[in-house]
Ligand binder design. Structure first.
Ligand code: NAD
Length: 346
């Protein structure tokens, strides 16, 4: 662990193997300085165990930053299950994961992530109380996507205001990449605000449905990068801002819910040089973890969630303003503030 480039002062990494179910899982705890480490469980068919290990290190560090920027009393952690989420899932694997989480005695709270659903995590929850994002139960917070999308929409407005001098989106052209749980809701907010929307997705049904509902125009997954728009909102994949796409973007604002939008951190400087204002992904998409945090707190309180989302948007504004006054990339400023917040709590 200490030799990995992805090692960032992680507190501990735990490897679990359950022979009965075949579960192979890693739980990485980056930091508990601000509170118990929290972050979802990802199931992915990694090529090697080492790739799973590195992903757990990287994702858990990212959760520390996200939780700090959302001003939550939570540290950063992540679970990864090594396996194919389409063919290898069994209730027994998730029950074994629950026992693994329980063995950490509350140092790590889990929830769903890529490849894992609330229904899967319900099996884990049979064996541990340290699972949130569930659909049922005393403090169940359910699907976090609507809160993520609300945060993304408000953050998009705050970013647009700094570029266009107004947060009025009426008539603004917005390209939305991905109309899944988060992207579809972002489209609904945008449509209400009078924006002209261009959408893309690889899922044709989802695309047609949201186009019908919001009047959005449809583009192919590749065409979206060339769309003549004011704002680009990535809500599908990571690494969509990369050396092959960056020169194609016409937008002046990038603001969306997808995780890890920049292929490498130096894309932040590239965007700065191109005059594109980027809302750092893990700041603008913190609504989901805020929703989960309400469940971890033991009683779901919508007013508390809304207050935290409002504060998240203020924090995003602070990052954007500091980056502008210092002439630096927004992602670098966000990283710096997140590290300071974690350090101050240590
Ligand atoms: P989702 O799976 O519901 O939606 C993703 C959508 O992207 C799908 O409709 C999929 O078909 C589409 N897609 C896949 N490949 C594509 C491509 N090449 N071009 C265009 N579209 C493509 O996932 P989601 O929950 O909406 O999450 C979207 C993003 O936001 C992810 O990066 C996720 O990690 C991030 N995120 C989600 C939440 C949340 O609360 N759900 C919170 C924080 C971050």
């Amino acid at each position: 662990m200490f030799d990995k480039p992805a090692f960032a002062g992680h507190e501990s990494v735990h490897h679990f193997y359950d022979s009965a179910s075949g579960l192979r899982a890693i739980i990485a705890i980056h930091s508990t300085a601000r509170g118990p480490a929290a972050g979802g469980c990802r199931m992915w068919n990694y090529d090697t165990a080492d790739a799973a290990f590195v992903d757990a290190l990287r994702l858990s560090e990212g959760m520390s930053y996200k939780n700090a920027m959302a001003d939550l009393p939570l540290g950063g952690g992540k679970a990864v299950i090594w396996g194919n989420s389409r063919t290898d899932k069994t209730p027994e694997k998730f029950r074994a994961l629950g026992r693994a989480i329980e063995s950490l005695q509350g140092k790590y709270w889990s929830a769903e992530d890529v490849g894992v659903s609330p229904a899967d995590m319900a099996f884990a929850a049979e064996n541990t109380r340290y699972v949130a994002g569930l659909s049922t139960g005393k403090a169940a917070s359910g699907d976090p996507s609507p809160v993520t999308a609300r945060g993304v929409f408000l953050g998009l407005k705050a970013t647009a205001a700094r570029v266009f001098g107004t947060d009025d989106l009426n008539g603004k052209r917005v390209a939305v990449q991905g109309v899944g749980h988060v992207g579809a809701d972002v489209c609904r907010h945008l449509a209400k605000a009078g924006a002209e929307i261009i959408v893309t997705d690889v899922n044709q049904d989802a695309l047609n449905e949201i186009a019908r509902e919001t009047g959005a125009k449809v583009a192919s997954p590749d065409e979206i990068y060339d769309a003549k728009v004011d704002i680009f909102s990535p809500n599908a994949l990571g690494a969509v801002v990369n050396p092959a796409t960056i020169h194609r973007l016409n937008a002046k604002v990038i603001a969306g819910g997808a995780n890890n939008q920049l292929s490498t951190p130096d894309m932040g400087e590239e965007l700065l040089h191109r005059g594109i204002l980027y809302a750092p992904d893990y700041v603008i998409n913190g609504g989901g973890i805020i929703n989960v945090a309400a469940e971890i707190a033991g009683a779901y309180d919508p007013a508390w969630v809304e207050g935290k989302v409002q504060k998240l948007v203020e924090t995003l504004g602070m990052v954007l303003d500091q980056a502008r006054s210092e002439g630096r990339a927004t992602n670098r400023v966000a990283d710096e503030i997140a590290r300071r917040r974690i350090g101050e709590s240590a």
